[in-house]
Design a protein around this ligand. Structure first.
Ligand code: 7TS
Length: 412
């Protein structure tokens, strides 16, 4: 264990108020950060400070409070831009979450660029939020969907690219990291192939941006969507990053206040980036707190965070492999995956597994995790998932393993 010197997990845990409470004398082993992470004091304080000290609408008032709020809101946009290596903060659009960011691209870019017979390439491991908007787009435009499959270890079948990617493919949308399998996809290689046929590449970064260094230039994609609530920030704030030239050519998604230049009775002209895509009053405090979350994570260091998670993942895979009757999904190699581990336990329903773990104050998620096509492919109706973050420890893994042994004994 090398982590405690470079990565002081106990010091990190102290920053999370929710981890300080016990239930029935047991501390919380929170293993559901894949759904939504816990929040550190720095982020909670930032949100509180906004509401207590300078709460006002942005981009309108000339008074001091509004100017302060506008300054903080735009500064947060800059922090997000730096966090993902964007060329300009104008390329950062604040949305509600990943889902809204993906819908924005589908409606705006998709509606303007797709024709009947065009093809959209997805993968079988996508979250519903990276499937349904494209299905709806296909229904509106007459485009068709293709899906890249997975191999026995839950890795994308890159050998299918030749057959599934063609001149008719206008858009490729894929997740950077699977929320179920943990698989980290080779986005750069796929983006290069997609660009060679003229397709635009949309990356769902909901499970990668919180957990590893993500640089949009290195990734080589055209759009990146992610959610604040999975990376220590509040709910209600998400991000769409897009290449400036693409965003500038796109029509607005939602119409209303803040996104216009001039409104006449029959028509309007639209504001420049990023305002054109931020109709209405945004989630101001939440965006500012997302900026604080970027600061917080950067201070720890995304490389260090990833290193900590890889170490926990390796330990979890080892401990869970020893549980009789347990089937693990996803790549065996920790190089190919992130720290989300889904499994089934013979003879025990995933929801019962989760309920027994809850009795031990170990929080995991059970179900299809918004990936029904993937679960159909895996041929299981549901799985139980443990997902790890900066505040998790080896002890959390031990408690997970002990809870699983208990579940196995109870149902034996
Ligand atoms: N994409 C991926 C890969 C996700 O894991 C999620 C949320 C989303 C998109 C949607 O994010 P939202 O913030 O717009 O809801 N995933 C999960 C999960 O695995 N358990 O709960 C939510």
């Amino acid at each position: 264990m090398t982590t405690l010197t470079q990565f002081d997990v106990l010091a990190i845990r102290r920053e999370f108020p929710i981890l300080q409470q016990e239930v029935n004398g047991k501390p919380l082993a929170f293993l559901d950060s894949g759904a939504s992470s816990q929040k550190p004091r720095q982020v909670i304080d930032c949100l509180e400070d906004y509401y207590k000290r300078y709460n006002a609408n942005v981009h309108r008032g000339v008074y001091k409070l509004s100017e302060e709020a506008t300054f903080a809101y735009e500064r947060a946009r800059g922090k997000v831009a730096r966090f993902i290596g964007a060329a300009s903060q104008r390329e950062v659009i604040f949305t509600r979450n990943t889902t809204e960011a993906l819908n924005l691209v589908a409606y705006s870019w998709g509606g303007a660029n797709l024709q009947p017979g065009d093809r959209i390439l997805l993968t079988i491991m996508e979250h519903h939020s990276n499937i349904v908007p494209w299905q709806q787009l296909a229904q509106r435009t007459g485009a068709k969907l293709d899906y890249l499959g997975i191999d026995g270890e839950g890795r994308l079948r890159l050998d299918e690219l030749d057959q599934k990617l063609s001149e008719r493919t206008k858009l490729v949308a894929l997740t950077h990291q699977s929320n179920v399998l943990g698989t980290i996809n080779p986005v750069r290689a796929i983006a290069d192939r997609a660009h060679a046929v003229g397709a635009v590449v949309v990356v769902d970064g909901a499970q990668s941006v919180p957990h590893m260094p993500v640089d949009v230039q290195a990734l080589g994609c055209d759009f990146l969507a992610f959610s604040g609530h999975k990376m220590c920030a509040p709910t209600g704030i998400g991000v769409l990053w897009g290449r400036r030239a693409l965003l500038e050519a796109m029509p607005p998604f939602l119409g209303g206040g803040s996104m216009i230049k001039v409104v006449e009775l029959e028509q309007s002209t639209y504001a420049d980036l990023p305002a054109r895509f931020e109709a209405g009053t945004p989630a101001i405090g939440e965006a500012i707190a997302l900026g604080a979350a970027c600061d917080y994570l950067s201070e720890i260091g995304m490389e260090a965070i990833h290193g900590h998670e890889v170490e926990l993942l390796a330990y979890a895979l080892e401990r869970l492999s020893a549980v009789e009757g347990l089937t693990l999904f996803g790549p065996r190699s920790v190089e190919q995956r992130g720290a989300a581990v889904s499994f089934t336990l013979d003879g025990v329903h995933p929801h019962d597994v989760a309920a027994i773990l809850d009795g031990e104050n170990v929080a995991v998620r059970a179900g299809h995790h918004c990936t029904q096509p993937l679960h159909r492919q895996l041929d299981v109706p549901a799985t139980t998932r443990a997902s790890f973050y900066i505040y998790n420890t080896h002890e959390d893994v031990d408690r997970l393993a002990a809870g699983l042994e208990k579940a196995r004994r109870m149902f034996a």
